[in-house]
Design a protein around this ligand. Structure first.
Ligand SMILES: [Zn+2]
Ligand SMILES: [Zn+2]
Length: 224
């Protein structure tokens, strides 16, 4: 009886390991409720091992190459039109406390609300550690409701690990966030639907440098 229990325990441990290692590419369209299980995917960032060093070099080299020649990246737009009527309201579910706050779907707040699962999933798999602070959008966590809500981020510098803050306060900045999850070296950028350009090619390297590297490291790598 004891032996059987042990076997089951081993089987469970085995399946847990396997499921913990899956690494799907982030897809904006897919819903995901669970935003826990941090840490597990972070190991390669914190241990500063060889794979992270290779990633770091790849990313910095790519940013320098794009800065020199923005035309080396192919920017294209997908011919896809969403014909369905968007819902009027959307619900922000606070990743910190679980409180639900309703927003007009077409507003900045509504768009943030819809991005929460995608952003949390993508940041978890990103090569650069970036923490998102959604507290301004939660009716419970918000510290100053009279202020315009801001989507705040803290980056742990890809090179030196120092943290620095930045934020997104406009619609177009929300569209640009997907640029953070491009795979390196960057060879192409999907601009989304025609007419809604995310970024000018000349600005791509600067945009990513300012969000991946602290001011000192930007300077050091000629990415200022
Ligand atoms: Zn909250
Ligand atoms: Zn740095």
């Amino acid at each position: 009886m004891k032996k059987k229990a042990l076997l089951i325990a081993l089987a469970l441990a085995g399946s847990a390991t396997v499921s913990g290692q899956t690494s799907d590419q982030p897809e904006p369209g897919r819903e995901e409720k669970s935003i826990t299980n941090e840490g597990a995917d972070r190991s390669e960032l914190t241990d500063n091992g060889l794979s992270h060093e290779i990633d770091k070099t790849t990313i910095i080299d790519s940013l320098q190459a794009i800065r020199k020649d923005p035309a080396s990246v192919k920017f294209h737009s997908a011919m896809c039109y969403d014909m369905s009527m968007p819902p009027v309201d959307t619900t922000f579910i606070c990743p910190a406390c679980g409180e639900e706050t309703k927003y007009y779907a077409a507003s900045f707040m509504g768009k943030v609300a819809d991005l929460v699962p995608y952003l949390n999933r993508s940041f978890k798999q990103a090569k650069v550690k970036i923490d998102a602070d959604f507290s301004d959008f939660c009716s419970k966590c918000c510290k100053d409701a009279s202020k315009e809500p801001e989507l705040k981020f803290t980056t742990h510098c890809l090179d030196c690990g120092q943290t620095f803050d930045w934020k997104a306060t406009k619609f177009e900045e929300l569209d640009q966030l997907s640029l953070l999850f491009l795979s390196f070296p960057i060879t192409e950028v999907n601009q989304g639907q025609i007419g809604t350009e995310k970024i000018e090619p000349e600005k791509l390297s600067e945009y990513l440098s300012n969000r991946f590297l602290c001011p000192l490291c930007r300077d050091k790598h000629g990415l200022k």
